[in-house]
Write a protein that binds this ligand. Structure first.
Ligand code: PLP
Length: 376
C-alpha cells in the first residue's frame, strides 16, 4: 500500500534505543529518567487503586486534579485559571499537541515549526491537510525573529514554540516573548502552541511561560507533562491550559480520540500535586547537569550551553568527520553509549556534527557513560 506519509519514519528515539539494547550500550538517547519516582507519589498511586475510581474518568479529566493544577498555577504563577474551562488532562503532552492541531488547524492553513524541533508536531499537521513550514532557529537555538516575521502570512494559523527547548536546552528570554506578542498583534488569526513540558527544568535562567502575559494567554495553548515533571514518563499523563474558546474545540477531538485519561494516575496526581514541589526540580537537575558537564570537561567533545531540559548537546567535530547519525551508530557499537543525532530534529536533516545526550540518569550511569566518552 502507498503510504499516506512517506516522510514519517520510526522516531529516532526508538531507533537509537533499540540499537542501545542490541549492543548493551548505556542509553542516553531517549529522554527519560532511569531513577525511581518519589515514593510518596507511588503511595498515592497505590492508595488510588483501592478507591472506587476504576471506571472512565470525566472526559476533561478528574476534577480534583484539574483543581490541583489550577491551585499550583495560582501558587507558582499568580494566574487564576478555571479548572472547568481552562484545563484539560491529556494522555501525555503528545495527545494534547495532537488534539490542538486537529481541532484548530484546517486544510490549507500553515503551521510554523522552529527547527530543530521535537518530532511529534508534523504528523498532525499533515493529517489535517495543512502545510508544516519548518524555520531554523538561530545559532544559539533561539528564534530568528526576522525570519519568522518574514514567513508568517495571513494563512499562518499556528506557531509552535518550545521553551525550555528539546534538543538544545535553550530558554527563551523576555525579548523573545515581546517579539512573539508583536507578531500576534500584526496577525490576528495566529495562535501559539507553547510546548512547555520542561517548564520546571531550568537552571541559570527563568522560564517565561506563554501564560504569563494576558494577551498571549488569550491566544495560546500550553502543554505540560507530568511524565517530565515527576519522573514518570511511562504514565503518559499531561495537561493543556488554554482559553475556553480554544479548549472547547480541543475537547471535541480529545473526546473521540481517548475520551478520558487513565483514572488511577489522575487520582494519584490529584493527591500528590498539593504536596509536591515541582519548583525544586531545577535544582535537582542542575546538579546532574553540572556533574555530567564536569565529567566531560576533559573529553574531546565541545559542550554547548544548557540552560534547561535534561539534555546536553555535544559537538564532536574535533573527533570525527562522520555524519551525525553514523557517528551515533559508531558510538553505540564501539563506545557503548547511545545518543541522538541533532539532524533528526531538522526537516532538512542538517548535519552540524552535534549529538544530544540525556543526563536524567543516576550517578552510576552518568559515571560509566562519561568514562567511556572521555576515552575517545
Ligand atoms: C519537547 C517535548 N514535547 C513533548 C514531549 C512528549 O511528552 P509526553 O511524554 O508527556 O507525551 C516530549 C517528550 O520527550 C518533549 O521532549
Amino acid at each position: 500500500m502507498k503510504s499516506k506519509f512517506p516522510q514519517i519514519t520510526t522516531t529516532i528515539f526508538s531507533e537509537m534505543s533499540q540499537l542501545a539494547a542490541d549492543y548493551s550500550a548505556i542509553n542516553l538517547a531517549q529522554g527519560f529518567p532511569n531513577f525511581a519516582p518519589d515514593p510518596v507519589l507511588l503511595n498515592c498511586f497505590e492508595e488510588s487503586l483501592s478507591a472506587p475510581i476504576h471506571q472512565y474518568a470525566l472526559m476533561p479529566g478528574n476534577l480534583k486534579l484539574r483543581e490541583a493544577i489550577a491551585e499550583l498555577i495560582f501558587k507558582t504563577e499568580n494566574i487564576d485559571l478555571s479548572p472547568q474551562e481552562n484545563i484539560l488532562i491529556t494522555a501525555g503532552a503528545t495527545e494534547g499537541i495532537f488534539c490542538t492541531i486537529q481541532a484548530l488547524v484546517s486544510k490549507g492553513d500553515e503551521v510554523l515549526i522552529l527547527d530543530p524541533s521535537y518530532d511529534c508536531y508534523e504528523l498532525p499537521v499533515i493529517l489535517v491537510g495543512a502545510e508544516a513550514k519548518r524555520i531554523a532557529l538561530n545559532a544559539y537555538f533561539l528564534p530568528d525573529w526576522d525570519l519568522i516575521f518574514n514567513q508568517v502570512n495571513s494563512k499562518t494559523k499556528l506557531l509552535i514554540i518550545n521553551t525550555p527547548h528539546n534538543p538544545s536546552g535553550s530558554v527563551w528570554s523576555q525579548t523573545d516573548m515581546d517579539q512573539l506578542l508583536k507578531l500576534l498583534s500584526i496577525h490576528p488569526q495566529l495562535l501559539v502552541l507553547s510546548d512547555e513540558v520542561y517548564a520546571y527544568i531550568v537552571f541559570d535562567k527563568t522560564h517565561i511561560s506563554a501564560r504569563f502575559n494576558k494577551i498571549l494567554r488569550e491566544r495560546s495553548i500550553i502543554t505540560s507533562s507530568f511524565g517530565k515533571t515527576y519522573h514518570v514518563t511511562g504514565w503518559k499523563v499531561g495537561y493543556l491550559t488554554a482559553p475556553k474558546y480554544l479548549l472547547d474545540e480541543i475537547k471535541k477531538v480529545h473526546q473521540f480520540l481517548v475520551f478520558s485519561v487513565n483514572s488511577p494516575s489522575q487520582e494519584a496526581f490529584s493527591k500528590y500535586l498539593p504536596i509536591s514541589n515541582p519548583e525544586a526540580l531545577g535544582v535537582f537537575y542542575k546538579s546532574k547537569r553540572d556533574f555530567f558537564r564536569s565529567r566531560l570537561e576533559s573529553s574531546r567533545f565541545k559542550l554547548l550551553p544548557c540552560d534547561g531540559t535534561y539534555f546536553q548537546v555535544l559537538d564532536y567535530s574535533k573527533i570525527s568527520s562522520l555524519p551525525d547519525k553514523d557517528f551515533c551508530i559508531w558510538l553505540v557499537k564501539e563506545i557503548g553509549v547511545a545518543a541522538v543525532p541533532l539532524s533528526a530534529f531538522y526537516a532538512d536533516k542538517k548535519d552540524q556534527k552535534l549529538i544530544r545526550l540525556c543526563f536524567a540518569k543516576d550517578e552510576t550511569t552518568l559515571l560509566k557513560a562519561t568514562e567511556k566518552l572521555c576515552k575517545i
